[in-house]
Ligand binder design. Structure first.
Ligand SMILES: Cc1cc2nc3c(=O)[nH]c(=O)nc-3n(C[C@H](O)[C@H](O)[C@H](O)COP(=O)(O)OP(=O)(O)OC[C@H]3O[C@@H](n4cnc5c(N)ncnc54)[C@H](O)[C@@H]3O)c2cc1C
Length: 469
């Protein structure tokens, strides 16, 4: 189906934001071109064949949660939602191997569904549990979005013990937001707590792709083609010109000129900054440049290890008190790999220190630490290893960051902004990117006089949480 007006759109940037905008617009009947600099889709959430190990790896394990309604909506649109493996169990392991399982009770209403496993947690002392229960109770009510407090200051003010700060707040929450507790804005931390631990068991369940990330997005290429659109790879956008008379954009890309009625710029904030000098002058460009200039990156590193045998029967785990934070047993999560032995990915969030290590130092440290959690590592043979450092993984969320997140509206006519850093209320995640894409697509449809709804509604809180919205 084409729009009545037969309009065309170019979406620049083939990350989750660009793909979700492009697919929504194609569904609405526009003729869409998705223009991507690289030879594959996915952006920061992609996979590729790593030459050092000759394996297809994700640039990093990406997890989603039940509350990521727009990412799930995008996966449903392109027909890949069933490729996500869901779990409601999180295993925390202490050095030495003692385990704590956090899981949802089927019998207790939200927000109490996580309480029994929290009370039984061996990794937390009695004082830690009381402190955490107090914090959860306070965060049941939403924190004003304009609060300027940091998470660290709030934790101090609310009697959080060193144990619970290290083993829960730093590890689970600060790593989800990829920042230090003393930098993260309280409203973002409160949002993560409410979505993952309080609103409902469904909202907090964790999803992981059973196929490499870029393979998920082959669904987007097919969807666009079936809806009359196309993906133009290896076509870095270098500049754009607006013709007032024809009301059309002309884009200069490495793959030649492209023309369209609408332009959606779905780039990361640093990509948008590089593009600004090559866009037409317009009121509001300086203000946009000022907003972009306030953003900073947080790094994430991942260590990929192949052993000659299984080192754990767990699919994934949270590793306490060490530099490495998360273990994903990719051989188990992706059984089609038919890995002889095992393939394990370790993730280190918000660690400037780890990111500064050399390849050898990082892999040695990861191996030493992994053996403290899984004794089999000491006797297993390491077959091969890869280190991936993403120093520009996410944008950080310090207090006041919302003022630096523009809406989809841009300074130029018929041009919309998307990307995880746009004002979605969500931290730097695939969900924020998908939301921004859906918002941009809604704005284009509204502009051509054929309004459509693409933004998927939030999950409704369950139980007592319904009363506290
Ligand atoms: C290591 C790591 C781990 C992460 N873990 C998680 C996680 O577990 N869960 C989660 O939800 N999120 C996670 N994230 C964050 C998530 O990947 C991002 O928030 C999301 O993918 C951003 O999508 P985007 O489309 O906004 O931007 P991007 O993914 O950056 O996409 C932008 C695209 O634009 C292209 N591009 C750039 N410049 C040009 C140009 N001039 N012309 C044409 N194309 C261009 C790029 O190649 C890219 O494909 C992680 C990120 C990293 C790096």
């Amino acid at each position: 189906m084409q729009t009545d007006a037969g309009k065309t759109a170019i979406v620049v940037g083939g990350g989750v934001a660009g793909m979700s905008a492009a697919c929504a617009l194609a569904e609405a009947g526009l003729r869409v071109k998705l223009v991507e600099r690289r030879g594959y889709l996915g952006g920061r959430a992609s996979s590729y064949r790593h030459p050092g190990v000759d394996e297809v790896i994700d640039n990093c394990q990406h997890v989603l949660f039940g509350c990521c309604t727009n990412l799930i909506g995008f996966y449903q649109r392109i027909g890949v939602a069933e490729r996500i493996h869901w779990t409601s169990t999180m295993t925390m392991i202490e050095p030495g191997g003692r385990r704590t399982q956090l899981r949802s009770s089927r019998w207790l209403p939200a927000p109490l569904h996580g309480l029994p496993s929290l009370l039984a947690a061996k990794a937390l002392s009695r004082e830690d549990k009381m402190a955490l229960a107090h914090a959860f109770r306070k965060l049941m009510r939403p924190v004003p979005q304009d609060s300027t407090e940091t998470l660290g200051a709030w934790l101090k003010r609310n009697g959080q013990t060193p144990g619970v700060i290290d083993r829960f707040w730093r590890l689970v929450i600060a790593s989800a937001l990829n920042g230090d507790v003393d930098v993260i804005a309280l409203p973002y931390a409160a949002k993560v707590i409410r979505e993952l631990f309080l609103n409902s068991a469904e909202a907090g369940s964790m999803g992981m792709s059973t196929v490499p990330l870029s393979e998920l997005y082959s669904g987007a290429v097919q969807f666009l083609r079936e809806h009359g659109g196309e993906v133009v790879f290896k076509a870095s956008l270098e500049g754009a010109a607006w013709d007032e008379e024809t009301s059309q954009w002309t884009l200069t890309t490495r793959a030649g000129e492209q023309k369209a009625d609408f332009l959606v710029i779905a780039l990361p904030f640093e990509g948008a900054a590089q593009l600004l000098p090559h866009m037409p002058p317009a009121d509001g460009v300086d203000a946009l440049a000022g907003q972009i200039g306030r953003h900073e990156h947080g790094p994430i590193c991942s260590v990929h290890l192949w052993f000659d045998r299984e080192i754990s029967e767990l699919d994934h785990a949270v590793l306490l008190d060490r530099e490495i934070h998360w273990m994903y047993n990719k051989g188990r999560l992706q059984p089609w790999r038919k890995t002889k032995g095992s393939y394990v990915e370790l993730v280190v969030s918000a660690s400037q220190k780890f990111a500064a290590l050399s390849r050898e130092e990082a892999i040695d440290l990861a191996l030493r630490e992994l053996a403290e959690f899984f004794p089999e590592v000491a006797t297993a043979k390491l077959e091969k290893a890869a280190l991936v450092k993403e120093v520009r993984a996410t944008f950080t969320v310090p207090p006041g960051i919302d003022a630096a997140r523009p809406t989809a509206t841009s300074p130029w006519p018929n041009c919309l902004l998307a990307g995880d850093w746009i004002a979605t209320g969500w931290p730097s995640t695939m969900e924020s990117a998908a939301r921004s894409g859906h918002l941009a697509a809604e704005a284009v449809c509204a502009a051509i006089g054929e309004p459509r709804k693409f933004l998927n509604a939030d999950l409704r809180p369950h139980g007592l949480m319904r009363l506290l919205r």
